[in-house]
Design a protein around this ligand. Sequence first.
Ligand SMILES: *Cc1c(COP(=O)(O)O)cnc(C)c1O
Length: 239
Amino acid sequence: MTDRRTELAENLARVEERIASACAAAGRKREEVTLIVVTKTYPASDVRLLHGLGVRHVAENKDQEAAPKAAACSDLSLTWHFVGQLQTNKARSVAGYADVVQSVDRPKLVRALSAAAVRAERELGCLVQVALDAESGRQGDRGGVAPDGVEELAAAVDGAPGLRLDGLMAVAPLSGPYTGRQQAAFERLMEFSSRLHANHPAANMVSAGMSGDLEQAVAAGATHVRVGTAVLGVRPRLG
Ligand SMILES: *Cc1c(COP(=O)(O)O)cnc(C)c1O
């Protein structure tokens, strides 16, 4: 084993233990929660090591970094999630390698992703990103649609060729009424998810929780947690 492989294996084991305890504490089955490892700023060689350690879901937040990394790992069976704010002019590139885009937050992006998916002859899973603290008609600081825009955007995804509505994603707000109250924020997200579910029964993914708050996300009912730092280490630069 290389040193890096050992380090990743130990970190993964710790994260796995955290997820398992959070599931146990919440009376949930471990299989209800999928770990997505956020590999942004880390090299393709780490993705390869993670795959060897059993990881099957990875996430990236910048197309210019993700596209070459996904290409370098195209021989591995991995599900690629795109979780960053996405410009429409990057939609075509992202549709070439991403399996799920978790950061769908405006109609223009739905149209661009749909056109790109059709052109690439691929089906793209989409999560509507909810900005839990954004006011009506506004975007969140870290992307996302305001809560009252969720259903309209979900309907747009549902009706768009090449796209599949999978559910909702959120990042715990850093400011506003939910500051430091991650579990309350994620519980609010679950309410939106239940509402979405009523009209779109197949849209049952809820992506919430990162290295610092995965326990709160699992307690609230998240189906997917996105963990970067706790597996790969503190990122060398902002990403
Ligand atoms: C970077 C990132 C994560 C992972 O954050 P960590 O704190 O490093 O676990 C999760 N979700 C999104 C959208 C991210 O950009």
